[in-house]
Each structure stands twice: as C-alpha cells, then as structure tokens.
Design a protein around this ligand. Sequence first.
Ligand code: CO
Length: 149
Amino acid sequence: MMKKILVASALTMLGATAMAANCSVSVDSTDSMQFNTQEITISKSCSEFSLTLHNVGGMPKEVMGHNLVITKEEDMSDVESEGISAGVENNYIAPGDSRVIAATRLLGGGESQTIMIPTSKLEVGGDYRFLCTFPGHSSIMNGVVNVTN
Ligand code: CO
C-alpha cells in the first residue's frame, strides 16, 4: 500500500516538472562585450516572465554598460539608432519608445536588474530579438527571443 502511494506521488511530481514552463531566465553580460546566451525562450503559459540581467564586468556603465532590450526583429535597428541618440542618461533607449517590448536599464559592472515581461505583449512564433543598445555593441550583443505556447 505504502509503496503504491510513493510510486504514484513520484509520477505526479515527474509530470508536474515536465509540464511547468520555466518562467525566468538569467543572462550575464561581460567586459568582453558579450551576452552569455544568444537565445531566450519565453513560454506564453507564463503570465509574466522574469528576466534578470547581470553585468558581471568591472567597468562603469559609461565605458562598458549593458542593457537588454527586446523588440521585434523589424524594429531592432531603429530602436537602436534612436536609443543611441537618446544618450546614456536615457539608458540608450528613446523615452516612450513603443517598439520596446521590454528593457532593463543600462547596467555598469557589478550591477543587476530583474524585469517582469508581460507575455501578453508577445505572439507565438513572432520574430523577436534582444540586443544591447550601448553604441557599437549590438552587432555582437544580440540574440533571438523564441515565444512558445
Ligand atoms: Co553592451
């Protein structure tokens, strides 16, 4: 009897693990101008998705700052160029830019920020990217955002 109950609860736990989407991700950014991943997967089964960006480097944000900005692929270059024009005081993000789906602020070495992304803003199968809009960084510091059910 006891054995049956244990087997049943172990199977239930396995099932729960398989079903539950991971609703958070942690990304590192470095003094060598890189993210430690080129792909982020966000499940729509999460009502909100938690993203933490760490700048694991040691330089000030004016020198080697990093942000993480999510946009549609088609908006990426305009969001970047207008962000650069907006300057470091605006985290290299144009104030009120509606093409920015989610963004951290510009982080200097040793800083971290967690943002909550409402998944209602994302469509399954859409072409989304993430990038750092610090001048000159995006050609290396970019990646794909996959949105799944
Ligand atoms: Co950067």
